[in-house]
Structures are given as structure tokens and as C-alpha cells.
Ligand binder design. Sequence first.
Ligand SMILES: [Zn+2]
Length: 127
Amino acid sequence: MAGRLLLRTCTKTLQLRSHVLATRPHRAMGTLKGIPTDEEQAAGLERRVMQAFKQGKDPYSILKPKQYGGTKEDPHIVPCIGTKRLVGCVCEEDNTAIVWFWLHEGDCHRCPSCGSHYKLVHHELPH
Ligand SMILES: [Zn+2]
């Protein structure tokens, strides 16, 4: 009786083992076709930014800002969530002093030192 029970247990164990060894290991990439792209892997904030880039938007100001001439026709654009903003102008490249002035919503304003034009543009926060 005990011998038969032992034989049955050993047979069952060997069958289970052979089944486990016979199956191929599951790979995460097995069901996909190739390596997933960045868009497929992105999640959270990164995914939101990638979707905004597809629509041509830069909600978090990640990209380098556009260069403006500072003339009356092409003023420096200053994004703002309110109606006024304090702006610092480094008038010349080698200047160590910054000229500070308030920029108000509406028409262009000029730097009192160098004369560059600045314009305040309303900006919505992305969240
Ligand atoms: Zn200036």
C-alpha cells in the first residue's frame, strides 16, 4: 500500500516537472513585433508632452525659445499668467548689470537703456 502510494506520488511529480520543463519560457517581447517605441512606452507627464508635441504645442516650455529681433515689428515675447511682469534686460552681451523694468499688458514696451522692444503675451498654464 505504501509502496503504491509512493510510486503514484513520484510519477505525478515527474509528470509535473516534465510539463514545466517542456514549456518555453515566456518573454515579455514575445507577443510584440519588435522593440516598443518611445511613444508606446511613455507614461504620465512624458506621454502628455509627447502628445502635445504631435499637436505642435510646447506646454511646459521644454524647447528652446524662439529668438526675436527686439525691434518694434519683432518684439521679444514675454509669456505671463497675469497682467504685468518684471523683466530684466541684459542690454549688451558683456554687461554685468541688468536693467529691470515692469512690462504691462498691451502695447510693446522699450527697454529704457538699449531700446529693445518687449511685448507681454498671456500664457495659460498647462495644468
Ligand atoms: Zn536693454
